[in-house]
Design a protein around this ligand. Structure first.
Ligand SMILES: Cc1cc2nc3c(=O)[nH]c(=O)nc-3n(C[C@H](O)[C@H](O)[C@H](O)COP(=O)(O)OP(=O)(O)OC[C@H]3O[C@@H](n4cnc5c(N)ncnc54)[C@H](O)[C@@H]3O)c2cc1C
Length: 501
């Protein structure tokens, strides 16, 4: 591997010449057939800027199978955008990788330059962890191949794939992989941080169903990570987020499932809200593991607050699903009941439409072991005052298989969780966005004393107290981090600081 030389920008912007591998020369002829490159200022991990000579940038562009984008270039503006429109960062350089070899080059470039580095999978981090200001963005969007190996019952998933692609592929074989509720969320980020979905009660988290990872660590090595190889990393990658390198392939276990499921929503007027929330607490405590029931507080199209219980029965016979749902569907006086047999992809598409790309989003959440009276009171008090009618509360009922895995078996410690309580806000108005943030934080502040108080690492901000998100597994994670990423190159995540080895 040739050594690159990165040069500190001198005061006044003068740039010292430094060259990667070959003598400095007139590179204009070499590169002017494409976007004219220039010396590039890039942000380092320490926050200072380094100037990377045009030759270095040009050579990297030539080495890549994918694309190299600098500010101003066609494609750059689109590539820097992530799902949350509230995130508006401008990386100094974007590398759109096509292959694991490209990722190795990108990681070597980042490490040698000590560059602030963001890794983008599906781009759905609420806090924008996959895009940085001034530094390097390793964009994996192009690596989105999804390939089922039916005989082995596993699906190979590229790090740029989103869940709608994964579901489409595996359902063709009447099988399902463990993912989330929204089809446009990235398989990579979701799986690395845990991955809570409709089948978590039956089959566990997404990360519980990873057979192996291909991982590029900070030293630029491509490694296989599985039960039998690199076991420390295998433990850490299942819930430890993007702290340990760039995953270039996920091998996910799948489970038999017919594509037609029983799915729909029972909608209640706000006047029945307290009764419905109380009933939901009892109903979910008894529910079979095949049944997933999420409760939403959301405004109707007429602007009235409502309670929506969303039911999904996706394993076994649908007649059993009807039976399992019956007590909830016959409770109270609902405004509507849309539960019906439909294709898994159709049901997921409904969720996709609820959270389109580009709105200004904010999110606050915590785990809870029970859906107590105190939490119910806090939610009922807070919801009607939502500043934006697109804001909603979600209560996800989990437990089941997720909770049968020991807390220290993977990096995901929150195994006693029965409910995830979330406030999600969205608007297109920046003033309302600020009000939304205050509202979401205040509603969570009222819930937290009665819950775990711990944020799911997949929703955590980079600067947040990651130690909390990983609970007692943090110390061991910090050791794995020290071994594989001692300089904390991969820090744009629920960050684990390298600890004592
Ligand atoms: C609309 C919406 C719905 C959601 N629904 C669910 C849900 O049902 N269940 C659930 O558990 N979570 C859910 N989440 C949370 C989701 O799991 C996280 O936001 C997750 O980080 C998104 O992954 P991504 O790849 O799309 O995001 P990105 O923003 O691309 O990445 C998120 C983090 O993962 C890192 N990362 C991404 N790819 C790689 C890689 N290949 N190697 C190493 N690090 C990588 C990034 O650096 C970043 O730190 C939802 C989020 C949104 C916005």
């Amino acid at each position: 591997m040739k050594r690159r030389k990165f040069v500190q920008a001198a005061t006044g912007g003068a740039v010292a010449a430094a060259v990667l591998g070959k003598a400095a020369g007139n590179t204009k002829d070499l590169y002017d057939y494409r976007f004219p490159l220039r010396d590039l200022p890039l942000r380092t991990l320490s926050g200072s800027d380094v100037t990377v000579p045009v030759q270095v940038i040009g050579e990297l562009r030539d080495e890549l199978q994918g694309a190299l984008l600098v500010p101003g270039e066609i494609g750059y503006a689109k590539a820097r955008r992530v799902w949350n429109g509230a995130i508006n960062r401008r990386p100094g350089l974007i590398l759109q990788c096509e292959s694991a070899a490209d990722v190795v080059k990108a990681v070597n470039f980042a490490r040698e330059g000590n560059l602030l580095t963001a890794v983008r999978g599906g781009g759905h981090s609420f806090h924008g962890n996959s895009v940085c200001d001034g530094g390097l963005m390793i964009d994996l969007k192009r690596m989105d191949s999804v390939r089922m190996a039916p005989d082995a019952g596993v699906v190979q998933v590229g790090p740029g794939a989103v869940f709608s692609q994964v579901y489409r592929e595996v359902l063709a074989w009447k099988r399902i992989a463990l993912g989330g509720s929204v089809g446009h969320v990235g398989a990579a980020g979701l799986t690395l941080g845990g991955g809570i979905g409709r089948l978590a009660r039956k089959h566990g988290l997404a990360c519980d169903n990873v057979r192996s990872f291909d991982l590029v660590t900070a030293d630029g090595k491509l490694q296989k990570v599985s039960e039998g190889e690199n076991r420390g990393l295998y433990w850490a990658l299942r819930g430890g987020c993007g702290n340990f390198g760039v995953v270039t392939n996920f091998e996910l276990r799948t489970h038999p499932m017919a594509p037609t499921i029983l799915f729909g929503a029972v909608v209640y007027p706000w006047g029945q809200a307290r009764d419905v929330l109380n009933f939901y607490a009892d109903f979910t405590a008894q529910a079979p593991e095949e049944l997933s029931a999420y409760l939403f507080c959301m405004f109707s199209p007429d602007g009235e607050p409502t309670v929506v219980v969303n039911l999904c029965y996706s394993s076994g016979r649908l007649a059993d699903g009807e039976k399992a749902m019956a007590p909830l569907r016959s409770f109270g006086r609902p405004l509507s009941d849309s539960v019906t047999a439909e294709h898994w992809l159709v049901s997921h598409a409904r969720y996709d439409a609820m959270v389109p790309h580009g709105n200004l989003y904010y999110q606050a959440d915590c785990f809870a072991a029970e859906f107590s009276d105190e939490i119910i009171n806090a939610l009922l008090d807070a919801y009607p005052a939502a500043p934006s009618p697109q804001n909603f509360f979600t209560i996800e009922h989990v437990g089941g298989a997720l909770s049968r895995v020991p807390r220290d078996a993977t990096a995901f410690a929150h195994r006693d969780t029965q409910y995830v309580v979330e406030a999600t806000t969205q608007t297109r108005d920046w003033v309302v966005h600020e009000e939304n943030k205050r509202w979401a934080d205040a509603s969570q502040a009222a819930v937290r004393p009665h819950a775990s108080g711990i944020t799911y690492q997949n929703f955590a901000a980079q600067e947040g107290p990651a130690a909390l998100a990983f609970e007692e597994n943090y110390a061991r994670l910090a050791q794995v981090k020290a071994k594989h990423d001692p300089a904390n190159l991969f820090r744009m995540n629920a960050n684990i600081e390298p600890g004592a080895a």
